[in-house]
Design a protein. Structure first.
Length: 201
């Protein structure tokens, strides 16, 4: 039995986008603590012919938000690629996340096996909605999200795989639990240990 397309779209992008916001906050703190101009890290790249760190975030959010728009038959989210600070990139990430989560589940499901015309570079290719999400949107999304993470690590930001995979404390908008007398976001089941019982320590 296949997983419903809206669940695939919203859970995968939701996890990584919220984690990305936390990663960018760590990068901003790293730059501030060391008096590094933000543009030095935002403009970082590993090769002269690749997109810089900021552009990797922009493309990742574009890919996810445009995928949600095409699958739900909605207008594209306006993301004009004008960000020049970490805070602006975080706002972009959260805007894309909110747009994806608000997309109509019914409309997405209706396009699961619907053949869609998808622009790929100078060409247009026919794909079902499911193939478009699984074979085009998500691989591209993960590629650019991972590249942004790698560029930040390369530039000295203290990060781990957990930062890439697990949304930071306070960024998950759904599912709260009480931890030692305080409210906090519930982490995914696979990220919890028996001792933590869903609480971040």
């Amino acid at each position: 039995m296949s997983v419903a397309l809206p669940e695939v779209l919203k859970t995968t992008t939701g996890q990584i986008l919220l984690a990305m916001a936390g990663v960018l906050r760590k990068a901003a703190a790293h730059a501030a603590e060391r008096n590094i101009p933000e543009e030095n890290i935002l403009g970082a790249r590993l090769a002269p012919d690749m997109f810089n760190m900021a552009r990797q975030v922009q493309i990742a959010t574009d890919m996810a938000a445009r995928g949600a728009a095409r699958l739900s038959g909605s207008e594209f989210l306006s993301l004009p690629d004008t960000e020049t600070t970490f805070e602006q990139l975080i706002e972009r990430v959260m805007k894309a996340h909110a747009f994806i989560q608000a997309a109509s589940n019914e409309a997405i499901e209706a396009n699961d096996q619907q053949v869609m015309q998808i622009p790929v570079g100078p060409e247009t290719r026919d794909m079902t909605g499911r193939a478009y999400l699984l074979n085009f949107v998500l691989p591209n999304f993960y590629f650019h999200a991972t590249t942004a993470y790698a560029l930040l690590r390369h530039n000295g930001v203290s990060l781990s795989k957990r930062d890439f995979l697990v949304p930071a404390w306070g960024t998950r908008p759904v599912g709260t639990v009480t931890c030692a007398g305080r409210l906090g976001p519930r982490r995914p089941a696979w990220a919890r240990s028996p001792a933590s019982a869903g609480c971040r320590r």
